[in-house]
Design a protein around this ligand. Sequence first.
Ligand code: NDP
Ligand code: 8X3
Length: 296
Amino acid sequence: MAIGVPPLVPASRAAIRVGSAILGERLDHRQRVRYAAWVTDLRGRWALVTGATSGFGLATARAIASQGCHVAITGRREDRLQAAAGEIRDRYRVEAVPLRFDVRDLAQVRLALEGASDLLSKLDILVNNAGLALALDPLQAGSPDDWDQMIDTNVKGLLYASRTVLPGMVERGRGHVVNVGSVAGHQTYAGGAVYSATKYAVRAITDALRYDVLGKGIRVSNVEPGLAETEFSEVRFKGDRTRAKTVYDGLTPLVAEDVADAVVWCLTRPPHVNIQSVLIMPTDQASAHAVHRRTK
Ligand code: NDP
Ligand code: 8X3
């Protein structure tokens, strides 16, 4: 599905009724059959995307905004947040609210989200994307500080944002939580013990949340990419750009827009469809361990 393509809108009154009550709407069998091709309309809705100062988060915020959805975007880098919010407003003519906070700090998460006027009372979409990997050391030589940062960001940060946003969704009986997992949440690799553990945890939390909100009109998805060229490897190797580049040597990795496309696809399925998981890999990658690299 191409980003920015307007949704297919059946013209009947019944269709408009369905479309006006997206995300969590219950349809009878006849409606489900009739509107199997109906896509959820994001126009006028509100989404929160964490980690939107670069990579998947920024591309996802843009892609969601291109569908007419207002966005609240988060990250720690104020200059990037302001620039992204300004660009999204100008380009897509939607509201874009920059919220600077560290997802590792529950007090900051709550203060930012509860303090953003009536944001929590209107959020239909939460994309839990903020995250990182640090280093590729074997566990016996690993840095406990790196472990803390990965666990605190990828697992606890996701929990903090979800805990703050979900009560409003439950109250309204609708919503969609999209977590960003990884192929590393299915397979481990050398030097990836803790990063993998965090993404296995994301998968477990996503699956368990589906039970917690069952019957409450809330969809829960896990978008799980393989190798994608963003700032991810630069962060992993602590600013060493040369080493970061070697991760993608000789292969064609995913770009952030590929992942954003998958997120938008999950969000825009008909209301009765919950995409539980999308494992999205480069064609040059068969698994965490099998990558095809062309020699020069
Ligand atoms: P980037 O480094 O480009 O983006 C990471 C984003 O997370 C940034 O916006 C960053 O913002 C934010 N972030 C990191 N730490 C914190 C924090 N403590 N508080 C708030 N925001 C934070 O990487 P990607 O876009 O590639 O990564 C996004 C997600 O995708 C991560 O969860 C990653 O694990 C996952 N992933 C990445 C893959 C890849 O190959 N690239 C593959 C599979 C999954 P700021 O620095 O401004 O705070
Ligand atoms: C990021 C992809 O292969 O570095 O989640 O774990 S990988």
